[in-house]
Each structure stands twice: as structure tokens, then as C-alpha cells.
Write a protein that binds this ligand. Structure first.
Ligand SMILES: *[C@@H]1O[C@H](CO)[C@@H](O)[C@H](O)[C@H]1NC(C)=O
Ligand SMILES: *[C@@H]1O[C@H](CO)[C@@H](O)[C@H](O)[C@H]1NC(C)=O
Ligand SMILES: *[C@@H]1O[C@H](CO)[C@@H](O)[C@H](O)[C@H]1NC(C)=O
Ligand SMILES: *[C@@H]1O[C@H](CO)[C@@H](O)[C@H](O)[C@H]1NC(C)=O
Length: 406
């Protein structure tokens, strides 16, 4: 639909250009009736075209489950939410992390001493459409009576925190928003659930960094095996995720050799150790397990399922241990992690599924934001961090995209 309108208007411009050339040639001769008529025609056409063009350009796109890409003609006008740029927006940031009890201290960069504030001012703008402006009252109403569940690693926790902070801005009585068990946020906590009492909904987080289940060590295993990961079994707490309205997954940052080696962790499939299995092949197996779990266990008529792709980090230097947070986003040509093998696997596994699941392809958008990481402005400045993001920041854009699907 969108692309058709767009190509329609560019066709219109083309014809008015022809008309203009036409007019000019006439003017070189003498002024006659034909000239006057064609000039008028040209002006009218130009006004109509300009109007159509502007009108279309400012209309936000309302997303439905079918906001798919119109593939029948040119790819120019296609609305791809994940293909765009960051634009300056003076109305940003959308909240003050120091006033949000659910933004953890290690992500509140301003409170931890960051001085430059430019990084707070960027809004994500898809190339061929707009994400509808975040309207807190409207979003709170849409979530009334619902259960939102995030599952994954600390990057999911950040998105959970960002969502609560965004929504709390629209709630007058801040004490009506509370963690169900009175728990405080910590890095290893397995479950957090925040309830918005006046709107009767919860936003929950389950820590499950691999999504699949940690297993026991077989009796005759080599000494180096200290734990295992059952690639063909989903996390034991997965039954708690099912009964939800919005379900958002991620996993990726823990699937690296250094982390797994540190844990003495090896893969298991069908009860057997797979000592030589590559991380990427294990990741694919785990995601396939996840996919069939969704297909068999989740009622996708009720639950909208999302999978957020890998969030690019910005480590640099020879060993990839250097973290230099810039003042401005990077240009497209200097982003290193524009693509990621994790994201490619996620996209192909989700494409193969028999039920609707939305891939939130946030990898490219994050890759520009070398300015938005926690760096040394965390609760522990001695350990620089080029993986996590400051709040407010990039995770707010993930949530705005998520809200636009509601
Ligand atoms: C989405 O597409 C399906 C099949 O093409 C159609 O049946 C359904 O009504 C559409 N939904 C919306 C909200 O347009
Ligand atoms: C955020 O709130 C804190 C605490 O109320 C305040 O000191 C600070 O100035 C605020 N920051 C901004 C950028 O408004
Ligand atoms: C709260 O939401 C739940 C789930 O949708 C619903 O069953 C319940 O009736 C709601 N409670 C109130 C007080 O509206
Ligand atoms: C997707 O399905 C095709 C056909 O069944 C299969 O060959 C391919 O390996 C699958 N890809 C993934 C990533 O699961």
C-alpha cells in the first residue's frame, strides 16, 4: 500500500517535470493560449503532487500484524522499521532515570557522572515511514489487563527497565507501580515482576541467559566439564512464560567461548555430551528447540511473540577489550557490528516457524550507537562496559517499536 502511494507520487513528479520542459519550450516562442493552459496545468499538478507527497510523508504508519513489506513493486517505499537513521530530537530524553525507581543504578549514566548529554537526544527514524509518537496514556490503556513478559539476559532486563520507566511517566501515583515480591533489581535475580495497579497489568522479567536448560555433568565426563547445557530442552521455568499477552525473547551474549569455558560448560543433546560442537551450531540447535516450544506450547492467537536480535556491542582494540564511548553516533561506514551471525540465525529460524513471531531486528540500529553505551559510567567504573546501554537510550527505541505493534 505504502510503496504504491510513494511510487505514484514520484510518477507524478516525473510527469510534471516533462510538463515543465514542455512549458519552457513554448515560452521561447510567442505567448499563446496553449502555453497558458499548460503552465496552469503544471502549477495545479505541482500543487497536487506536493500535497500528496507531504501528506504521505507526515502520516505515521499504523502497524498491524500485516505490516509486511509490499514486495510487488520497487523497494523504495517499503516500510522497514529497522532500516533507518538516528535523528536529533530536542524533546528527548523521554524520562529521567534518576526519578525512575526501576532504572538500575549501573545504567543511569548521568547519575554516575557522565557529562556530555548529546547521546540522550537521538530518536530512531525508519527510512520510509515513521514510528507513531510514543503516547503514554494511550499505551497504558492498551496494556490494561495484560501481562508483558521479557525473557533473556541482562539486555532483556534493560528493555524491561526502559519499558517501566517510559510507562511510569504517565502514572500520577508512583506508589501504585511496584515489584510484586518487593524485590530489588540485581544482576543475577531470576524473576522480577512490576505491577501497574491502576491499569491492572504487569511487566515481568525472567532471567534465562541461554533460554535452554542447564544440565548435570555425566559420570564419566572429562574433568574440564563442570556444567552442561541441554540444547534440546527449554529452561525449566518456561511454563511460567506461556500465560502472557506479550512475550519478548533474546539470547546471544552468553554464547561465547570465553564465557562458556569460564563456566566449564559443554553442550548436551539427547542426554549425550557434544564436546566438539561449535558455539554457533549449538546456538542454532537451542533456537530450534525454542521455536518448537513456541509452536507447541504458546497460544499465538492470544500471545504476541517477539524475538529481539543481537544488540551490537562496541568493543575495540586488538583483543576487543577496549571500550571507547564516543560523543556522537557513528556513521554507517564505520559500524563494525552492523550484522551479526546470531541475528542471521535468529532470522532464519523464525522465518521457518509455522506460527507468527516478530523478529525485532535491532542489530543495525544499535550498531550506530557507539555513543550510547555505559562505558565507565556504571556502578563499577573500573570495569568499562561497551555492551550495555545507558538509560534513557537505545532500549527506549526498542520499546517504542514494540508499542507500535500493539
Ligand atoms: C492480515 O492478513 C490476513 C491474511 O492475508 C487477513 O486474513 C487478515 O484479516 C489481515 N489482518 C489485518 C489486521 O489486516
Ligand atoms: C533528574 O532528576 C534528578 C533527581 O530528581 C535531578 O537532580 C536531575 O537534575 C534530573 N536530570 C535532568 C536531566 O533533568
Ligand atoms: C485484571 O486483569 C485480569 C486479566 O486480564 C482480569 O481477569 C481481571 O478481571 C482484571 N481485574 C480488574 C479489577 O479489572
Ligand atoms: C528451515 O527449513 C528448511 C526446510 O525445512 C531447512 O532446510 C533449514 O535448515 C531450516 N533452517 C533453519 C535455520 O532452521
Amino acid at each position: 500500500m505504502i510503496s504504491r502511494i510513494y511510487s505514484g507520487s514520484s510518477g507524478c513528479f516525473r510527469s510534471s517535470y516533462v510538463n515543465w520542459v514542455h512549458c519552457k519550450r513554448f515560452r521561447l516562442r510567442s505567448i499563446n493560449r496553449l502555453n497558458v493552459i499548460s503552465s496552469c496545468l503544471f502549477i495545479v499538478l505541482a500543487i497536487i503532487c506536493g500535497y500528496v507527497y507531504l501528506y504521505e510523508a507526515v502520516q505515521p504508519v499504523i502497524l498491524t500484524e500485516n505490516t509486511t513489506i509490499d514486495s510487488e513493486d520497487d523497494s523504495k517505499g517499503v516500510c522497514d522499521l529497522y532500516d533507518g537513521t538516528w535523528v536529533l530530537d530536542e524533546s528527548y530524553p523521554l524520562y529521567n532515570a534518576s526519578q525512575c525507581p526501576f532504572a538500575e543504578r549501573s545504567f543511569d549514566c548521568l547519575a554516575n557522572g557522565r557529562r556530555d548529554k548529546g547521546y540522550l537526544k537521538w530518536r530512531w527514524k525508519p527510512k520510509n515511514c515513521d514510528i507513531s509518537r510514543f503516547d503514554v496514556g494511550d499505551t497504558l490503556e492498551k496494556l490494561r489487563g495484560k501481562r508483558v513478559v521479557f525473557v533473556g539476559d541482562s539486555l532483556s532486563r534493560t528493555q524491561w527497565e526502559s519499558m517501566i520507566c517510559l510507562l511510569m511517566n504517565g502514572v500520577d501515583d508512583k506508589t501504585s507501580v511496584y515489584e510484586i515480591n518487593g524485590n530489588k533489581i540485581s544482576k543475577k535475580i531470576r524473576y522480577l515482576g512490576v505491577r501497574f495497579r491502576s491499569y491492572n497489568f504487569t511487566v515481568e522479567f525472567y532471567r534465562s541467559v541461554f533460554l535452554v536448560q542447564l544440565g548435570s555433568v555425566p559420570k564419566r565426563a572429562p574433568k574440564r566439564v563442570r556444567s552442561t547445557l541441554k540444547l534440546d530442552e527449554l529452561d525449566v521455568v518456561s511454563s511460567k512464560w506461556i500465560d502472557s499477552d506479550i512475550l519478548v525473547f533474546n539470547t546471544g551474549h552468553w554464547w561465547n567461548r570465553a564465557k562458556l569455558f569460564e563456566m566449564g560448560c559443554y553442550f548436551k543433546v539427547g542426554g549425550r555430551l557434544k564436546l566438539g560442537m561449535s558455539t554457533m551450531s549449538a546456538y542454532t540447535t537451542a533456537l530450534t528447540t525454542w521455536a518448537s516450544w513456541v509452536e507447541n506450547m504458546v497460544d499465538t492467537d492470544r500471545t504476541r511473540v517477539f524475538f529481539r536480535t543481537f544488540e551490537g556491542s562496541h568493543w575495540s582494540g586488538q583483543n576487543g577489550h577496549t571500550c571507547k564511548v564516543t560523543q556522537n553516533p557513528m556513521s554507517i561506514s564505520s559500524t563494525r557490528d552492523y550484522r551479526s551471525r546470531f541475528s542471521d540465525i535468529i532470522r532464519s529460524v523464525v522465518n521457518n516457524m509455522s506460527v507468527p513471531v516478530i523478529t525485532m531486528y535491532v542489530t543495525p540500529m544499535g550498531s550506530f550507537r557507539s555513543d550510547a553505551h555505559v562505558g565507565t559510567w556504571s556502578d563499577n567504573p573500573t570495569v568499562p562496559d561497551c555492551s550495555h546501554w545507558c538509560l534513557p537510550g537505545v532500549p527506549d527505541a526498542w520499546n517504542q517499536i514494540l508499542f507500535s505493534y500493539l
